[in-house]
Write a protein that binds this ligand. Structure first.
Ligand SMILES: [Mg+2]
Length: 203
């Protein structure tokens, strides 16, 4: 049997921003303080309802740029990478990120991704994913093309849109990472935790 080659998305799949959007949106003066807190989705909806999609784009530039320092790896990610390396599986990280935000300060978003992965200890030597197996693609289509080019047998992503992209091959096993358990049904298998992904793809 062909050895699995597993591709993994970065943002909101490996890197968790749950506690990043709210404080940065507050620092930028985009939302008021609320006792019950704000989710990323609520912030987006609030800004879009006001017709301020530009502010949402600007916020994302701050979050995925300098704000990425505050992101944390999801529980179980490190163990997953460690076990994959031990068992000889090839793991690639394939991320859709523009090099610079479309609006706002011109942060280097690719650099912040590399720095974050290094700090999180996820790139080799200590972290098991080779630096040259980190691919940053400027568009969704470019990302799907990279997934095809490297010959993934499996792909793990939090966005159903990747799996339903017209170019996404039907023979790649699609694993939708859905920690909140709110994703729609589709031709993907959902997993709420990395532990599940480990059992499903590394055995
Ligand atoms: Mg993602």
């Amino acid at each position: 049997m062909k050895k699995r080659r597993i591709g993994v998305d970065l943002d909101n799949t490996i890197a968790c921003y749950e506690r990043v959007f709210e404080p940065i949106a507050q620092e930028m003066g985009l939302i008021h303080v609320r006792k019950e807190g704000w989710t990323k989705l609520q912030i987006r909806e609030t800004l879009q309802k006001k017709g301020r999609n530009d502010l949402w784009t600007q916020l994302q530039g701050e979050v995925y740029g300098p704000g990425m320092r505050r992101a944390t790896p999801f529980v179980g990610v490190r163990e997953y990478f460690f076990e994959a390396a031990k068992r000889g599986y090839e793991v690639w990280i394939v991320s859709h990120r523009s090099k610079r935000p479309a609006i706002g300060a011109p942060h280097d978003l690719w650099l912040s991704a590399v720095q974050w992965l290094n700090t999180a200890g996820l790139l080799r030597p200590e972290g098991k994913v080779l630096r040259n197996r980190l691919l940053l693609a400027p568009t969704r289509e470019a990302k799907v093309r990279e997934i095809i080019r490297i010959g993934c047998t499996d792909f793990i992503d939090d966005l159903p849109e990747i799996f339903s992209h017209p170019l996404f091959p039907g023979n790649i096993r699609a694993h939708l990472f859905d920690p909140a358990g709110v994703a729609p049904q589709g031709h993907w298998r959902k997993a709420r935790r990395w532990q599940e992904l480990r059992e499903r793809t590394l055995r």
